[in-house]
Design a protein around this ligand. Structure first.
Ligand code: GDP
Ligand code: MG
Length: 163
């Protein structure tokens, strides 16, 4: 069967927008309100002839202004367990967030291959905005704009190398 690629990250970083960009449709609901995607959503996707199943883990979203709960941590761990590769998404506009560190530590402990995707980069003139994300310990951050489709091809090249 096809490898499973899970999109992980805290609410509102653009997971569903990235999911839609990769599958080429508008199937995941994108909202300004965090936590709007209630269930995990699976779609078949393909890049450079490599087929995989993409999972939007929006249903794992936790409430804004609350700490990541034990329940959410468990759900993130379950999503990682079924994944072969993780797309870990952070938000360049918001900057590094304590919840990013929390979810990243779960990803690191799972020892699954991961691509660190820094989303909402519409302007590639100020790369210093992404340097902070090296702290997550998940390798070189890959800047993209899921909304505009900028650099998502390079990100997918990185992803399929890990499949
Ligand atoms: P999720 O909660 O992680 O699934 O995030 P969503 O995909 O629902 O997006 C959250 C918000 O970020 C929405 O208002 C999107 O329009 C916005 N957003 C998503 N991707 C981008 C991007 O690449 N650039 C910018 N500027 N905004 C984005
Ligand atoms: Mg979502």
């Amino acid at each position: 069967s096809k490898p499973i690629v899970a999109i992980l990250g805290r609410p509102n970083v653009g997971k569903s927008t990235l999911f839609n960009r990769i599958v080429g449709g508008r199937v995941a609901i994108v909202e300004d309100t965090p936590g709007v995607t209630r269930d995990r959503l699976y779609m078949d996707a393909e890049w450079s002839g490599r087929h995989f199943t993409l999972v939007d883990t929006g249903g794992l979203d936790f409430q804004e202004d609350s700490e990541i709960t034990g329940h959410v941590r468990t759900q993130v761990e379950l999503a990682i367990r079924e994944a072969d590769v993780v797309l870990f998404v952070v938000d360049a506009r918001a900057g590094l967030n304590p919840d990013d560190l929390e979810v990243a530590s779960v990803v690191r402990r799972a020892h699954k291959p991961a691509v660190l995707v820094v989303n909402k980069v519409e302007n590639f003139d100020s790369p210093e905005k992404i340097y902070d994300f090296f702290q997550l310990g998940l390798g070189d951050p890959v800047p993209v704009s899921a909304a505009e489709g900028l650099n998502t091809g390079d990100m997918l090249d990185r992803l399929v190398e890990l499949l």
